[in-house]
Design a protein around this ligand. Structure first.
Ligand SMILES: Nc1ncnc2c1ncn2[C@@H]1O[C@H](COP(=O)(O)OP(=O)(O)OP(=O)(O)O)[C@@H](O)[C@H]1O
Length: 638
């Protein structure tokens, strides 16, 4: 149970791991975008258009004031055109504006307003198109990454899965790729546009009036510092909140998964108390985070107003006094243009700081995905591997040793041979290496030394797929998919007809209970076969193995007990299934052991005894002790 909680917390933690190899990851990531480079070029062009349309606006508004609105006033004050020209030095849009009559001025102003509207429209369309283009490319990239990952995950060995949690892998395929997709289609564009806008606006301000620009921009460093500080604090608080959320989830997961134990041990009240506590911690962390986020906007707004006040104050005073600012002649239009510029800086500064985090976590997500894609395949077919010919079923283990962790031998010098069609039972205490032996046959793991051959062929010389296709496996808790019973059995042989599926079910003695299900063979099973009893799930997995009609059968007998009637059915089904096939059984049933042609007794990774039931009992060794402690009870019960 603790494991679940730790894991959920681990997941939460990962979100904040900073990317380590940014340039390498980005380069690899760019590879995914290569097929869509044209779309990218179009998107960047559209971003430039959109930013350009925004940068143009303040200047046009300033020009409207200088050329069409202040000119008449100046004309009234002045006595001639030359004075007028001096008083509106910043009118570059229409230098002849001062010579126009008022009707022409209105018309000129109308055109300028129409241009502004056109710019707004152009900006909006370009913006929409950018998001569509990036969203489109992002989805394509996302799909390719997920498919690549899914494909790779299917080829990774059991060794890999014993080291990784399913939840973690799922999170890489879903959450990480989702974060990346969002970053591509939203954060990246906004940050790019934001940076472009800031640089462009500042450049325009500096070129229009270096000194006025510097005065106006004094506030920008404060904006940047406060944004960085507040968002840093908010991020920390959100991190705490997410960690607490991880605890809430872990607590929930434990209580729901372990609801039977909770009820059986009457732990409801303690659980509620725990849940209350972790929720309270989550609430406090969230409130803190919200407090910092709420404080950021007014602070920036306040600083923005100060900047506006500086522009208005400095500009206004100089205008009223008719003074130059170190050689720059100010006009009302220029002051208004600067006011507008300053206003435009506020939003991108705020956005960049927030979205930068998204981009960082997307890069970290991409790193995790590439890490998974780089996970080496442990079972690789030799370049000259052949297809396994139809198996007869003679199997030989020669001096086989195996280890999961380098240097820690789990199987030592295992040698035995089985003739085609015979049943071999493997018994031994827990951890003796029984599962390891059966995992080596279909090459779920490779031997460390020695050799396993089937019909005289080393299993390493044939392709794993052609070998596995001819081996049937029934595990203690075989996985049933949430699909119909028919398809679950057909999984053993996708080309089987409905009639063949039913035949396999009959062989497995599963037909009677299946026909009694609400929709018979078309009943859809719950996740992992929920809704069926353990015995019924086993019967379906036996039918599935029968469907594949393998020459070699691997069977891990269930340890958990089922009712006597189901037990008999399973036993009968297995007997039928084992007939004529070379079978390896990790045996937990006395009947299987008694019927086996050969019994291997395993202890600490070595075969300590071998023989048939009677020989082994007579030897009064390890098997005899096992029999006395485990199997005799079954005999007594029977
Ligand atoms: N994926 C793995 N990674 C590392 N060690 C493993 C792995 N799987 C098994 N082992 C170790 O190898 C040894 C043999 O395990 P194995 O599962 O083969 O035993 P077993 O006889 O089948 O046990 P049981 O009856 O409990 O299923 C044990 O010490 C076990 O801890």
């Amino acid at each position: 149970m603790m494991g679940g909680g730790m894991h959920a917390r681990g997941l939460m933690d990962r979100e904040f791991i900073k990317p380590q190899r940014i340039s390498k990851t980005l380069k690899r990531f760019a590879g995914y975008f290569k097929p869509y480079s044209l779309v990218l070029v179009i998107a960047i062009t559209l971003v430039i258009i959109s930013v350009w349309s925004q940068v143009m606006v303040p200047d046009l508004i300033g020009q409207a004031v200088d050329c069409y609105l202040t000119a008449p006033a100046a004309a009234q004050q002045g006595e001639g055109g030359s004075l007028l020209a001096q008083s509106v030095p910043n009118c570059t849009y229409d230098p002849n504006a001062h010579n126009l009559n008022s009707a022409d001025r209105v018309a000129g102003l109308g055109w300028l307003v129409a241009k502004l509207l056109g710019l707004f429209l152009l900006g909006a369309i370009a913006n929409g198109m950018v998001f569509f283009a990036m969203g489109w490319a992002g989805q394509k990239v996302l799909k390719r990454m997920r498919v690549d990952l899914f494909d790779h995950l299917h080829n990774l060995s059991l060794g890999f899965y014993s080291k990784h949690e399913v939840g973690d892998l799922m999170s890489r395929i879903t959450n990480d790729s989702e974060t990346i997709q969002q970053a591509i289609s939203f954060a990246l564009v906004n940050v790019m546009a934001g940076v472009m806008l800031i640089v462009w606006v500042i450049f325009n301000m500096l070129t229009k009036s270096l000194i006025f620009a510097l005065i106006c921009l004094t506030i920008v460093p404060f904006m940047i510092i406060s944004t960085t500080w507040f968002s840093g604090q908010a991020r920390k608080a959100f991190r705490r909140s997410r960690l607490q959320m991880g605890n809430v989830n872990a607590e929930l997961q434990q209580s729901i998964s372990g609801v039977r134990e909770v009820q059986a041990f009457s732990r409801e009240d303690e659980n509620l108390e725990n849940f209350r506590n972790v929720n309270a911690a989550n609430r406090d962390a969230n409130i803190k985070a919200v407090a910092f986020t709420s404080a950021l906007a007014p602070t920036l707004e306040g600083l923005g107003y100060i900047a506006l006040a500086i522009v208005t104050g400095v500009g206004g005073i100089l205008l009223l006094r008719g003074q130059d600012l170190l050689g720059t002649s100010l006009s009302l239009g220029l002051v208004i243009t600067f006011l507008n510029y300053i206003q435009r800086l506020n939003q991108p500064i705020q956005q960049i700081s927030v979205l930068w985090v998204n981009i960082q976590s997307a890069i970290a997500g991409a790193e995790r995905i590439f890490g998974l894609l780089d996970e080496k395949l442990e079972i690789v077919d030799k370049p000259n591997a052949i297809q396994m010919p139809p198996i007869k079923g003679d199997i030989v283990f020669e001096q086989v040793s195996a280890e999961y962790v380098a240097g820690e031998t789990v199987l030592k010098n295992i040698s035995f041979s089985v003739e085609a069609g015979k049943t071999i039972a493997i018994v031994g205490p827990t951890g003796a290496g029984k599962t390891t032996i059966i995992n080596l046959i279909p090459r779920f793991y490779e031997v460390t030394s020695g050799k396993i051959s089937i019909d005289g062929k080393d299993v390493r010389d044939v392709t794993a797929a052609s070998l596995r296709r001819q081996i049937g496996i029934v595990l203690q808790d075989s996985f049933l998919f949430s699909d119909t019973v028919m398809n679950n059995i057909r999984f053993g042989n996708p080309s089987a007809t409905d009639e063949e599926v039913k035949e396999a079910a009959r062989l497995a003695r599963a037909d009677t209970f299946i026909e009694n299900l609400p929709e018979g063979y078309n009943t859809v099973l719950g996740e992992r076969g929920r809704g069926l009893s353990q015995g019924q799930r086993q019967l379906i997995s036996i039918a599935r193995a029968a469907m594949a009609n393998p020459r070699i059968l691997i069977l891990d007998e269930a340890t958990s007990s089922v009712d006597t009637r189901t037990e008999r059915m399973i036993q009968a089904a297995l007997e039928k299934l084992l007939q004529g096939r070379t079978s390896f059984v990790i045996a937990h049933r006395l009947s299987t052991i008694k019927n086996a042609d050969q019994i291997l007794v395993l202890k600490d990774g070595e075969i300590v005894e071998r023989g048939n039931f009677q020989n082994l009992l007579d030897a009064e060794g390890v098997f005899y002790n096992l029999y006395m402690s485990q199997f005799r009870r079954q005999e007594a019960a029977a």
